[in-house]
Design a protein around this ligand. Structure first.
Ligand code: GLN
Length: 207
């Protein structure tokens, strides 16, 4: 038997200004979704969902502003377009950021305050297996690279994952608010498609 892949008939726009958009394309393709690189306003036409990759949120913000994408992206997200952001993408989807550059803007939509580079210099990058039941019983192998965490989340925000142990214990690393999903870590780098599958199920619910 060959069940219909969760991403069938879904066109995901992947913001491709900067960062690891190719890895997101691969993860989405593994779930059967079609993808389109978003670099211009025209690229937004007809997409069913948006993915904002990991990378450098200050650069992404600059490029989105320079290329006239910021306002159209805000309008689409405000209008109900499902969106998923990993790491820098989480920052881009946050309504409020701490530790941002003064001129840094975000698409917003998620009622959270995100702290950039939250895990500190000594532990810039690390990996851990963390249970997050929303994505299944198996723990998720998480990769953090100069990652943010969610410092504060509004009442409509569902916390899907927190750091279980260590100095960052209890810190929020995965959230959902309606049709918006964000993770501090990078499932696009580990070959575990469960988070992308979860997102595509959200997109289906929305359709
Ligand atoms: N530190 C980066 C930023 O603030 C995010 C890092 C990442 O996406 N891996 O944009």
């Amino acid at each position: 038997m060959n069940p219909t892949p969760v991403g069938a008939d879904v066109l995901v726009g992947v913001l491709a200004l900067q960062g690891d958009f190719r890895e997101h394309e691969h993860a989405l393709a593994a779930c059967g979704a079609a993808t389109r690189r978003v670099r211009t306003v025209e690229d937004l036409e007809g997409i069913d969902a948006l993915v904002v990759p990991g990378g450098e949120s200050t650069t992404m913000s600059n490029l989105a502003l320079r290329w006239g994408l910021m306002e159209p992206l805000r309008a689409l997200v405000r209008g109900g377009l499902p969106a998923y952001g990993s790491c820098a993408g989480m920052i881009m989807l946050a309504d409020r950021i701490e530790g941002g550059r003064p001129d840094q803007e975000t698409i917003g939509g998620l009622d959270v305050t995100v702290l950039r580079n939250a895990f500190g210099r000594q532990v810039d990058s690390f990996e851990a297996d963390i249970a997050m039941l929303a994505f299944g019983a198996e723990p998720v192998h998480t990769v953090f690279i100069r990652a943010p965490w969610v410092e504060q989340a509004g009442p409509g925000v569902e916390v899907l994952g927190t750091v279980p142990t260590g100095p960052a214990a209890g810190r929020i690393i995965a959230v959902r608010q309606g049709r918006l999903l964000a993770t501090s870590f990078h499932p696009e780098l580990t070959g575990d498609a469960r988070i992308h599958r979860y997102f595509l199920e959200m997109v289906r619910e929305q359709a």
